[in-house]
Design a protein around this ligand. Structure first.
Ligand code: TYD
Length: 137
């Protein structure tokens, strides 16, 4: 089972006009086919989103504007790790069973998520105790 969180530095193509980042599915930086994209924006100050894990889903998170923090918990007793995303060339690849939440959104932050599967409620684990049980099964 994949149980992995990884920072990915995305290749930035810059010239005098500005910067551009392109992601190709099934490349070194983007290791899965993208079936869905969603983005979180206009967040209420102090809000915490997520607070769940996925059984199958693989996701690439990129804060394309502003900043936010992704907290990842493997559920194996190790300490949760906070990942600050504060520039569009910083990807966070979250694969497998990781309890995650998103918090500390800056004003105007836009968090883009590229996902490997269509939206599927049955892939969600929303109870932390159930998550720990499945991780340690
Ligand atoms: P929710 O799971 O609460 O978002 P978060 O992961 O930030 O806590 O989703 C909010 C609403 O959006 C909920 O009604 C489900 C819907 N939604 C979709 O329809 N498709 C999607 O891909 C996602 C992520 C959410």
């Amino acid at each position: 089972m994949l149980q992995n969180v990884q920072r990915v530095k995305l290749d930035q193509k810059g010239d005098e006009r500005g910067k551009l980042i392109a992601l190709e599915a099934l490349s070194e930086q983007m290791p899965f086919e993208i079936k869905r994209a969603y983005y979180i924006f206009d967040t209420t100050p102090g809000t915490v989103r997520g607070k769940h894990a996925h059984r199958i889903l693989r996701q690439m998170l990129i804060c394309v504007s502003g900043s936010c923090v992704i907290r990842c918990d493997k559920g194996d007793g190790s300490k949760p790790v906070d990942y600050l995303l504060d520039w569009p060339d910083q990807g966070l690849l979250v694969e497998g069973m990781i309890w995650h939440d998103m918090h500390h959104f800056s004003k105007g932050a836009v968090l883009l998520v590229l996902a490997s599967e269509h939206y599927d409620l049955s892939d969600y684990i929303r109870e932390y105790e159930q998550f720990v049980k499945e991780v340690n099964a």
